[in-house]
Design a protein around this ligand. Structure first.
Ligand code: ADP
Ligand code: MG
Length: 262
């Protein structure tokens, strides 16, 4: 067989095996191996690595879609210097995902705009990268969905969407007070996940007000008991990042005035 024929046959075989990316980079890899006096093993490793990388990227794309994140932002996109009340080391420790392996929870508390959702998504993206199943939902959407399922007599089935993922992110707990059915459904969900799967919760409402929020002090206490049993609570105190540029403009303005008057 000529060299060209061997290449064509090899490419065909790779395609038949479903190794599309390896087939695509075959001739470039052969050239690379010749140019670098690579060993046969090195050549094979390079070829298979290209295939694996492509597969992993495809896996990531589909898992990121399934996770329903509102945006894709990572810890690298987070400016810790803007939010000094956050202990960067503690967040980096959470990003090792030990808390998920141990079935623990994370709760981000703080006013609007301080980065609660950003950090929750960043940890969620890290979990997806580590091949864990993740689902993101706002509290508002969650309770509306469970309420509808309850009315249609398929609550059990619908609950599974939220109990099965290794990590469930529930965003914006406390923006709206809940009625008895919503509170009971949420309690049910938290109880079923307790010690099986982790949750990340973000809230603008401190725990002392959860009784009012859930319209039931006893239920709120039982809920917090489960949520906080193996949990890290991160209290963020600071300015809204959304106001950053406005604040900056204000500071520059004040400085200019000082220069002019002083
Ligand atoms: P919260 O959920 O606390 O209301 P978000 O996480 O939605 O706030 O943050 C609001 C916006 O500001 C988002 O676009 C987020 O990415 C960005 N943001 C917040 N804090 C930071 C930060 N420290 N560094 C970079 N971006 C930030
Ligand atoms: Mg938010």
């Amino acid at each position: 067989m000529t060299e060209a024929l061997v290449m064509a046959k090899a490419e065909e075989a790779l395609l038949e095996l479903g190794l599309k990316r390896a087939a695509a980079v075959l001739s470039a890899s052969v050239e690379w191996a010749a140019g670098h006096q690579a060993t046969y093993a090195e050549f094979l490793h390079r070829l298979l690595d290209a295939e694996l990388e492509e597969r992993y990227n495809r896996y990531l794309q589909s898992r990121l879609k399934l996770a329903h994140f509102p945006f894709h932002k990572t810890l690298a996109d987070f400016d810790f210097s803007f939010q000094p009340s956050i202990d960067e080391r503690q967040i980096r420790e959470l990003a090792t995902l030990t808390f998920i392996r141990e079935g623990g929870n994370v709760i981000f508390l703080g006013p609007p705009g301080v980065g609660k959702t950003h950090l929750a998504v960043a940890l969620g993206m890290e979990a997806v990268k580590q091949r864990m199943s993740v689902y993101f939902v706002t509290m508002q959407k969650l309770v509306a969905d469970l309420r509808r399922a309850h009315q249609e007599g398929r609550l059990e089935k619908r609950l599974r969407i939220y109990t099965q993922p290794k990590l469930l992110i529930c965003d914006e707990v406390g923006y709206l007070p809940l009625d008895a059915l919503d509170a009971a459904n949420f309690f049910r969900l938290v109880s079923e996940r307790y010690e099986h799967g982790s949750m990340i919760i973000t809230s603008n409402t401190s725990f002392t007000n959860w009784g009012t929020l859930f319209g039931d002090q006893v239920l709120a206490a039982a809920l917090l008991d489960r949520l906080l049993h193996h949990a890290t609570t991160i209290n963020i105190r600071g300015n809204s990042y959304r106001m950053k540029d406005k604040l900056k403009a204000g500071v520059t303005h004040a400085l200019k005035e000082e220069v002019m008057t002083g």
